[in-house]
Design a protein around this ligand. Structure first.
Ligand code: MN
Length: 299
């Protein structure tokens, strides 16, 4: 048994899992291990700093041996097959491929696709699977699911927040989750380096000249741009590391569907949060994006 936690975040603008991708994979891993199954959670990228405390995160594998074979392979919150990482076992070694996702732009790459764009987080789908298996929720699994909901609803603030995620959250608290402890670990144990970066970013609301900043340290900064009164859509641009493409992230306040904008450039995501990659020089990339956003605002 193997739970593959995708190599890309939600929205898919950067490689590296977000709290939902990781939380949903670890929730399933917890439950399956409790049921006596052998599980490998694979992600080739660095785990997001503030989610490394989750049960099982310390044993996430960054590589999978070429000869390894599994009965089932589960992709969580991936959006596309090519985001799963280089070590995804081939057909014949991966068993059934189950694709768990809630991106409206996801590809049905699984043998079985459990895709629900209405689900607040893929952790909710993990919750339903664990419940469907008749397995009681352990505190460990519940923490992972709770983290996935925090990540994808912005702590029960975004429009993805629905009655279902509050109902599920209530059960997670009954299973032993301590909301304040989760808040502290996810939001209130920031590395000082992140705070210093934030200060720099807020000075200009544009990230320039921060080469080598770990991706997970800048995660969420774009929300500060969106939080400015009157801003309908925020976009952030991350410089290509070595001649690659710019990573563009979008956040919408709600009127504009930024997944549609990202899709025009081969990306995807959600109505309020999406991302894509674009090659080109900075001015050209910014102009293209500005034009698309302005067009969407007019529409
Ligand atoms: Mn997600």
């Amino acid at each position: 048994m193997k739970a593959i936690n995708k190599g890309v975040a939600n929205p898919p603008e950067h490689r590296g899992p977000d709290g939902d991708a990781l939380g949903s994979a670890l929730a399933l891993a917890c439950a399956l291990r409790e049921m006596g199954r052998q599980v490998t959670v694979y992600n080739p990228d660095e785990l997001p700093y503030n989610f490394r405390f989750l049960p099982g995160a310390d044993s996430v594998a960054r590589t999978v041996p070429a000869e390894a074979a599994f009965d089932v392979t589960i992709a969580t919150d991936a959006g596309a097959f090519d985001r799963l990482g280089p070590d995804v076992p081939p057909v014949g070694r991966r068993g059934l491929l189950l694709n768990l996702d809630h991106h409206m732009t996801t590809e049905p790459f699984g043998d079985v696709n459990y895709v629900d764009p209405e689900a607040a987080s893929v952790g909710i789908l993990a919750y339903k699977i664990i419940r469907g298996l008749g397995h009681p929720l352990s505190r460990d699994a519940a923490e992972c699911i709770y983290a996935s909901i925090l990540a994808d609803t912005g702590s029960f603030r975004y429009s993805s927040t629905d009655p279902e995620c509050f109902r599920v959250a209530a059960e997670l608290l009954e299973a032993g989750v301590d909301p304040w402890e989760m808040t502290v670990r996810v939001y209130e144990q920031q590395p000082l380096a992140r705070m210093r970066l934030l200060a720099d970013v807020l000075k200009t609301l544009e990230v320039h000249g921060k080469p080598g900043s770990p991706i997970d340290l800048t995660d969420g900064f774009i929300n500060y741009a969106r939080s400015v009164d009157g801003v309908e859509v925020a976009a952030s641009f991350r410089e290509p590391s070595n001649g690659g493409a710019w990573r563009v992230s979008f956040r919408s306040r709600g009127r504009v569907n930024v997944a549609a904008i990202a899709q025009k450039f081969g990306g995807g995501g959600h109505h309020n949060a999406a991302g894509c990659s674009i090659a080109g020089d900075e001015a050209a990339v910014r102009a293209k994006i500005a034009e698309e956003i302005e067009q969407a605002l007019r529409g």
